[in-house]
Design a protein around this ligand. Structure first.
Ligand SMILES: [Zn+2]
Length: 244
């Protein structure tokens, strides 16, 4: 792993914060981002500042025990869960946390993201569990996500929001985007009360593509035995000329 230099790391966090804010993943000063610049040090977002309006000089450098090494601002108390992820999974080089609407609704309703319906979710994310409720600012938060750090690519935090991680800050953040999109698809399908699953075979094929991309983390979805999507659906109006 080639770690980014301090300057580059701070600029990347500012850029990811701007994207998070523009996507509407955070209200007020919510959300936080961190990334490693060596095996022992991370740069992280400051507390009390909107993710859309950060500057590189606001970032805080910490060691993996949470000691502040450099920076004028204080880190968020939620940095504890980032530190826990780094501790549990040495392959992780960046952690992102936000409160995107649909992912948060699933985190409140206790709906894990496990429906085998979306190619991108199978390739980039894998199944996402819901971690138990944890009291903000305490070690409970880190402990609640610890069981999922090794095998999963992210987790929903009960009555709180979403947490993702990755080998770099872009992979970590893109997983947050895919998670939010996936949560939205799942909730919209719930409203429709219909939807065709990917089959076991289709999911195995996707797993092979995923492995060829070098992605080994993220548990597999369970697909349908029957293949439900292998026939074209020709709109009826093409035969009858009637829309309804
Ligand atoms: Zn939060």
């Amino acid at each position: 792993m080639v770690f980014p230099a301090d300057k580059e790391a701070k600029e990347m966090i500012v850029e990811i914060g701007r994207r998070m804010y523009e996507k509407g993943f955070v209200a007020s000063n919510d959300g936080n981002i961190s990334l490693k610049v060596s095996d022992n040090y991370i740069w992280a977002t400051p507390t009390g500042i909107s993710k859309g309006f950060m500057k590189p000089e606001m970032m805080v450098k910490l060691d993996l025990d949470g000691n502040i090494i450099e920076g004028e601002c204080k880190p968020s108390s939620e940095i504890k869960m980032h530190l826990k992820v780094y501790k549990e999974n040495k392959k992780v080089n960046s952690v992102t946390h936000a409160h995107p609407m649909y992912a948060t609704i699933c985190a409140i309703a206790g709906i894990p993201l496990d429906k085998p319906v979306l190619i991108e979710a199978a390739l980039q994310l894998g199944v996402i569990p819901v971690a138990r409720y944890a009291k903000p600012g305490t070690d409970e938060v880190g402990n609640s996500v610890a069981p999922f750090c090794k095998n999963f690519n992210g987790v929903l935090l009960s009555n709180h929001g979403a947490l993702t991680w990755g080998e770099d800050v872009y992979q970590s953040y893109y997983r947050l985007e895919v998670m939010e999109y996936y949560a939205k698809v799942i909730l919209e399908l719930e409203k429709l009360q219909m939807g065709r699953s990917l089959s076991e075979k289709q999911l195995r094929d996707l797993e092979n593509i995923k492995l060829s991309m070098g992605i080994t983390s993220g548990p597999l979805h369970k697909g349908s035995i029957e293949t439900l999507n292998d026939k074209d659906i020709i709109p009826k109006m093409m035969e009858t000329g009637k829309v309804w």
